[in-house]
Design a protein around this ligand. Structure first.
Ligand SMILES: Nc1ncnc2c1ncn2[C@@H]1O[C@H](COP(=O)(O)OP(=O)(O)OP(=O)(O)O)[C@@H](O)[C@H]1O
Length: 345
């Protein structure tokens, strides 16, 4: 009863401010906002106004007339456009206020890439403060991902998480509520999409948009050579003829296109294992590796990493919401000071 009451009047939010998606978790209520990190801006007489944010703005990506631009204010896990990020956060926090009773000036916990610089962290913190937060705390994304995936982060035993997001891939080894080893690659699902666009251009002399590349990746993409072969019909603009053309792509071609980013991820996972302290490496050999983030849904990415490392690899339940759920749970524990939070100075 008490918990329910506290939840109703809670001021605390946890935000997974991702390159691809932003999720907001309200203390005691769970995830109540999950939208693409996209903002559409209209320019009229030199004045910029917000046309749409989130799902509606994502539909406009690549389809806007000259006076509207749909942009993603975060790139590679960090803020690329400070003002637009702030507006986006304001919009999302206001939307949460509309649908739930939340008192103004909430306390906010934000999940940030683990190798983000002090300058980047300050930018994220300032954005949240300007968007109306009273107090801002930061948590490393892989720590939140591990908690969200249900790993026992407080045990004196190593666990390893690989969070493949839109802009970054975060690799961490966690023990006793702290991150023992961390690495962050500035590549993720977005890089997969770019690699598909480049492949189709090279191989078929045809231009496809990022949204089409993402659809191809989600529908037939695969990370492992032994996967069942699937096909998809695609339309794009033939560069030589300048007209739309249809053609069929198969998953082996997509695997070919994704070789470079996949090799970088595998290499980083291997080097994390090489650098892990021996006791923790032994724990991980037994417990295996957990994949989180939307990129973990790439077909057979778990098989690829298992094959390359010889360790058991599992994809967490609902990998797209792990960081947000873990951030929420960390927030519930925040006052007990049991989780390592980052300095916000
Ligand atoms: N079924 C799928 N197969 C492959 N990739 C997928 C699938 N579903 C979603 N993705 C990809 O997952 C990525 C988004 O993941 P997620 O929401 O975890 O990232 P993010 O938290 O916004 O990014 P970051 O952590 O880098 O800031 C996108 O690149 C999306 O294309």
């Amino acid at each position: 009863m008490l918990k329910k009451l506290r939840g109703m009047f809670s001021n605390d939010l946890s935000i997974d401010l991702g390159t691809a998606n932003t999720l907001i978790y309200v203390r005691g209520q769970g995830i109540i906002l999950n939208e693409p990190s996209v903002v559409a801006i209209r320019i009229h007489n030199g004045q910029k106004t917000i046309e749409a944010v989130g799902t509606e703005a994502k539909r406009m990506l690549g389809r806007t007339p000259g006076n509207i631009t749909a942009i993603r204010p975060l790139k590679d896990g960090v803020i690329a456009d400070f003002q637009v990020t702030e507006k986006m956060l304001q919009h999302f926090i206001a939307k949460v206020h509309e649908t739930r009773y939340i008192r103004p000036s909430p306390r906010v916990l934000i999940c940030v890439p683990c190798m983000s610089t002090q300058v980047e962290r300050r930018a994220i913190r300032e954005s949240a403060l300007s968007a109306g937060a009273r107090e801002v705390r930061l948590i490393e994304e892989p720590m939140a991902a591990a908690i969200g995936a249900g790993l026992d982060v407080d045990e004196a035993s190593g666990c390893m998480v690989v969070d493949v997001g839109g802009g970054t891939t975060e690799i961490a080894i966690i023990s006793l509520n702290g991150v023992v080893y961390r690495d962050s690659l500035r590549l993720g699902g977005d890089r997969f999409d770019e690699a598909i666009v480049a492949y189709v251009r090279r191989r078929y002399g045809t231009l496809i948009g990022d949204a089409t590349a993402e659809r191809i990746k989600e529908e037939i993409g695969s990370a492992f050579a032994g996967s069942e072969v699937r096909e998809i019909d695609v339309r794009g603009r033939n560069l030589a003829e300048g007209v739309p053309r249809s053609f069929t792509l198969n998953s082996d071609e997509i695997l070919d296109a994704l070789q470079d980013p996949l090799a970088s991820i595998v290499q980083s996972v291997k080097s994390a294992l090489e650098q892990a302290p021996p006791e923790l490496a032994a724990d991980i050999a037994e417990s295996g590796i957990v994949l989180t983030g939307g990129g973990a849904l790439l077909r057979d990415l778990d098989r690829l990493i298992a094959e390359e490392t010889g360790l058991p690899v599992v994809v967490a339940d609902d990998p797209l919401t792990c960081v947000a759920r873990g951030g929420g749970l960390a927030m519930e524990r925040m006052d007990r000071h049991t989780i390592d939070l980052l300095s916000t100075e």
